[in-house]
Structures are given as structure tokens and as C-alpha cells.
Design a protein around this ligand. Structure first.
Ligand SMILES: [Mn+2]
Length: 301
């Protein structure tokens, strides 16, 4: 049995990708099971309901198992005992991280907008059947990761994949489909500051220290009015409890690509010079991977 496992703090690509990759392995005649390392978010719930697919089983230990990794190659995002598992495969669209393998592996790492775009192409290459639910899972993950094609991470391969998948899924009104997805993505009603920071938090080892950067995608920055102090307090708490050098959360208005960065920690002073009127605004910044984190790495060295 191969466990197909997405990253910690799973986003939609990580859940849909695990579900889809497990089906690809099954189509090769292998036994495979998708698993998740955390609770699924509201957008992913919306996608699974639309596709009519159950969420993967929770699993945070993979010792002694054969695994495929989906949507990451960083140890920090893998199950804690990943070194006791055998990594047989990787499908990912991030920079290459620090996982090591004992044996040769199958690795599909493409610079595209979404893991599901790679999986879609693997299904085509292997002439495996893409059912309607699989098409909904893949197109939704691609639209989520690329923020409805608006992210600079989006490539022609992502657009082509969605077009073909929408036809298979029988989605006639793609704009309405995207709108419903983005409403689910930006729904933060009732979430606490800690839950917002945690929502899509990623850990990055940097210069021998630990850094975390979260991102909250919003329909308007007004949604977090009145929560800024609580968000800052939560970042301070994380820096103390987890001995972080820097903790930040990107508050991104996905309609204008404007991001407000809330940040704390020992290294925070390195960024103060970019503030205007007490706020650090990052113009034209939708993507943490392509814009936010590269900029931060430059500033934090
Ligand atoms: Mn992804």
C-alpha cells in the first residue's frame, strides 16, 4: 500500500492532488490511499462537496510506509517521521526542498501553477481515465492555486488543463464556477486571529533559524479591519513559543493583488523601512511563492 500524502496544513491542491495521485497509482494497478496531515479548509470543503468526494483519512505518521509526496519536497512540511518511510514518488510545483531518498524515485516537478496540472498531464500521458469527480478536483485545485488564473505562477499549461477538465466535468459557466470557489476561499467569517495565521502557514528554515509566513486570501482588506492587533499578538506568541526569528502573515486582497504584511520577531526591524503610515503594503503581490517569500528572503538576509 502506498500512502499519498500532501503537506502539513493542507490547502486544496494538497488534498485534491493526493486524491488524484492515488487514483493515478491505482490505474497503474497499485494499491494506494490518499491521506491528509491536517483539517481541510472551507475552500477544500466546497470543492469536495462539488466533486462528491470524501475527504482523505487523517494521518500524521508514516513510519515504515511507502509514500508519495504531493505539493512539497520540504522536510518541514512532511510528516515528522518521514525519514522512517520510503519515498517512492513526488509530484510538486515548488522549488526543490530538502527531502532525501534511499532508493531511486519517480519525481515529477514542473514549474507550473499547480500540482494538479502535472497530474492531469500524467493522466493523459498514461491514458488513464479522468472521471467527472477527478476533473472537478483537478480544475478546482488549479483555479485555487492560480487564483482564477490571476497569479503570476499561472502558466499556459494550467489554463489548457482547466479548459479540458471543464469539458470533462461538464462545467459550462466557468466564470460562475470560479466565483463560487473564490467566495469559499475568502470566507473567514468567525475565524480567530490564531486560526487566520494558521490557515495557510508555511515554515521556512532560513539562515539557520526558523521563519513562518502565512497567507490569508481576502475579497477585501476590510475583512480583517479590527483584527490587526490580535494578528500581531498571535505572531509574537508564535515567535516566543517556537523560537522563531520572524513570523509574518500576508493579507492579500485577491481582487486587487494588494497585500498587507503583518510581521513580528527579532528580524522584524529589517522591514520597518518599507512601512508607510505604519503599514507595510506590498503592491501587486498575490503569490507567496513567487513574490512574497522571494522578496522577504532578500530583505531578511
Ligand atoms: Mn500547490
Amino acid at each position: 500500500m502506498i500512502l499519498v500524502v500532501g503537506h502539513k496544513n493542507p490547502d486544496s491542491d494538497s488534498i485534491c492532488g493526493a486524491l488524484v495521485a492515488a487514483e493515478l497509482l491505482k490505474s497503474r494497478g497499485l494499491e494506494a490511499k490518499p491521506v491528509r496531515q491536517g483539517e481541510i479548509n472551507r475552500e477544500t470543503q466546497h470543492i469536495l462537496a462539488t466533486a462528491g468526494v470524501d475527504q482523505p483519512e487523517f494521518r500524521d505518521s508514516v513510519a515504515g510506509e511507502k509514500v508519495w509526496l504531493v505539493d512539497y519536497t520540504d522536510l518541514a512540511q512532511a510528516p515528522d517521521d518521514i525519514n522512517e518511510a520510503e519515498i517512492l514518488g513526488i509530484v510538486d510545483h515548488h522549488r526543490l526542498g530538502d527531502v532525501m531518498t534511499v532508493n531511486p524515485l519517480e519525481a515529477w516537478i514542473w514549474p507550473v501553477g499547480c500540482t494538479c496540472t502535472i497530474l492531469f498531464n500524467l493522466f493523459k500521458m498514461e491514458q488513464a481515465e479522468i472521471t467527472k469527480p477527478l476533473a472537478v478536483l483537478m480544475m478546482s485545485a488549479i483555479l485555487s492555486d492560480t487564483v482564477g488564473f490571476a497569479s503570476p505562477t499561472c502558466t499556459q499549461k494550467d489554463k489548457d488543463a482547466v479548459q479540458e477538465l471543464a469539458a470533462i466535468a461538464g462545467i459550462e459557466d466557468l466564470d460562475a464556477f470560479i466565483k463560487a470557489l473564490l467566495i469559499a476561499k475568502t470566507n473567514i467569517e468567525g475565524l480567530t486571529a490564531a486560526e487566520l495565521v494558521e490557515k495557510d502557514l508555511k515554515a521556512y528554515p532560513f539562515n539557520g533559524r526558523d521563519v513562518v509566513v502565512g497567507q490569508v486570501e481576502l475579497a477585501t482588506l476590510d475583512q480583517v479591519d479590527g483584527m490587526i492587533e490580535a494578528l500581531e499578538a498571535d505572531l509574537v506568541r508564535r515567535c516566543t513559543e517556537d523560537k522563531l526569528a520572524f513570523a509574518a502573515v500576508m493579507l492579500t486582497d485577491i481582487t486587487t493583488a494588494q497585500t498587507r504584511l503583518i510581521y513580528k520577531g527579532e528580524w522584524a526591524e529589517k522591514l520597518v523601512k518599507h512601512e508607510q503610515d505604519g503599514q507595510l503594503m506590498m503592491e501587486n503581490t498575490l503569490s507567496r511563492k513567487k513574490q512574497g517569500w522571494p522578496w522577504l528572503q532578500n530583505e531578511l538576509v
